[in-house]
Write a protein that binds this ligand. Structure first.
Ligand code: SAJ
Length: 426
């Protein structure tokens, strides 16, 4: 199988590692991207994204001549499309990049080629969108061109490990297409390779993230119920999860990232009348930033108060603020008129258009520290600084990640919201 020609269209956080991995095991790979900076960098053995170990691998395979990049596709035995599938304002999938990439590839197709779409796509996209583009060019998908969907399921920061070890689901427009695609991945995947139909592969990828989004919504709804009934929601989750078959997820200020907060919509758009639970879960998770701000206004009724906002990224120990609920909380607090000191040790100042404070500056004269992301740096706060520099030593921890030892610091989390009955007079 090795020493075959592969064309990977889309050199982002999935396409680039995938291209490098195939090149590493002997494929002759041409990477294609519309971004000339990415193309130039790659041909110098450099990369335009951050991912552990990737630059070293790219340098090796580029110097070995097994990977090169260009702006246009080229003839090959196999093609992988790994372009973004963002969402429109109405949360429906924007398939324009997938359609453009497929059309750009068509002139280079030869009989017997295998085409794989790795991009996350709504159910039935392979059958109803991609296959017709090939048919319009005179091909018979599944017969003279093999067509499959192989969703990526790797976690940023572990991509090169998970590309090899994770189970891969390969869904063909027919069985022989799935087998052809599976044969390609067997050149480096050590995890199981599960063969199925294209629509099952599309739906299973979406359901992985939808499963988590719905379960996080269940935890967030439990928090709202518990506030009303004066129950400690975090204790309830901890107790219930002792059951061998219960796995209640963790509540938070909302669900971020371009996976859990997006993929459910790709199902909803295809079956809106049937996707009641999935749609309501999205609404519950999207309501959490406002819910957090409502709790803050109960704690700090004086809108001239200063709040130290800790954490902007969509989850702990990363630098990604895209689709982050913390950014929604920030906007809502600004609209309420609070003064804000914003601190996130993982976010570089050049990534945002507002001032990022140091820890000390953020807490100075603040009447609340609001924890929105579970960065490791937040787990043990400098309590002496909190007691000496805050106007009012109070921490509201929406990620239940801070350990406070001083009894002089008022601490609230999603398990103690009912205690925020008597707003503190400030
Ligand atoms: N979150 C909660 N409560 C929880 C777990 C997460 O509020 O119990 C929040 C996080 O704070 C974050 C959001 O959900 O805002 C998403 O976090 P995540 O770590 O669950 O998801 P991602 O987007 O970083 O990665 C997910 C993963 N998919 C699954 O776990 C099924 C990852 O394995 C996928 O590779 C990735 O989506 C993807 O690319 O699809």
């Amino acid at each position: 199988m090795n020493n075959r020609n592969l064309c990977v269209i889309g050199l982002g956080y999935i396409g680039l590692p995938t291209a490098a991995m195939f090149a590493k095991v002997g494929w002759n790979v041409t990477g294609v991207d519309v971004n000339p900076v990415a193309v130039d960098k790659l041909n110098k053995g450099e990369i335009h994204i951050e991912e552990d170990g990737l630059e070293d691998l790219v340098k090796i395979v580029v110097e070995a001549g097994s990977l090169r990049a260009q702006l246009q596709p080229t003839e090959a035995d196999c093609f992988i499309i790994a372009v973004p599938t963002p969402h429109h304002e109405d949360n429906t999938a924007d398939l324009s990049y997938v359609i453009e990439a497929t059309k750009a590839m068509v002139p280079f197709l030869k009989e017997g080629n295998t085409v794989i779409v790795e991009s996350t796509i709504p159910p039935r996209t392979i059958n109803d969108i991609v296959a017709p583009i090939l048919s319009e060019a005179g091909w018979i998908p599944g017969e003279d061109i093999y067509l499959a969907h192989c969703p990526e399921r790797v976690l940023p920061g572990r991509i090169l490990i998970e590309l090899v070890e994770n189970t891969r689901i390969v869904g063909g427009i027919n069985h022989v297409s799935a087998q052809r695609a599976a044969e390609m991945y067997r050149s480096f995947v050590t995890g199981a390779i599960l063969i199925t139909r294209a629509v099952s592969a599309e739906m299973s990828k979406l359901m992985e993230n939808t499963y988590r989004d719905v379960n996080i919504a269940l935890a967030n709804e439990l928090v709202k119920i518990s506030e009303k009934l004066d129950v400690d929601a975090l204790e309830v989750i901890q107790l219930a999860n002792h059951h061998p078959r219960v796995n209640l997820h963790q509540p938070g200020p909302g669900v971020g990232g371009h996976c859990l907060a997006v993929d459910p919509y790709f199902i909803i758009e295809k079956a809106p009348e049937q996707s009641i639970l999935i749609a309501n879960s999205r609404q519950i998770n999207n309501s959490m930033p406002k819910f957090v701000v409502n709790q803050v206004t109960k704690l700090l009724q004086d809108k001239n108060s200063k709040i130290a906002v800790f954490g902007l990224t969509y989850k702990g120990n990363i630098d990604d603020i895209r689709e982050s609920p913390a950014m929604d909380v920030l906007s809502l607090l600004q609209m309420e008129g609070y003064k804000l000191g914003i601190y996130d040790p993982h976010v570089k100042q050049e990534r945002v258009n507002f001032y990022l404070s140091s820890f000390e500056d953020a807490i100075a004269d603040a009447e609340c520290i609001l924890i929105l992301t579970d960065h490791s740096e937040f787990k043990q706060l400098d309590e002496e600084a909190v007691l000496n520099h805050m106007k009012n030593p109070l921490v509201f921890d929406t990620k239940n990640c801070v350990t406070i030892s001083s009894s002089k610091i008022n601490y609230y989390n999603f398990g103690s919201l009912a205690n925020i009955k008597s707003p503190l007079k400030v």
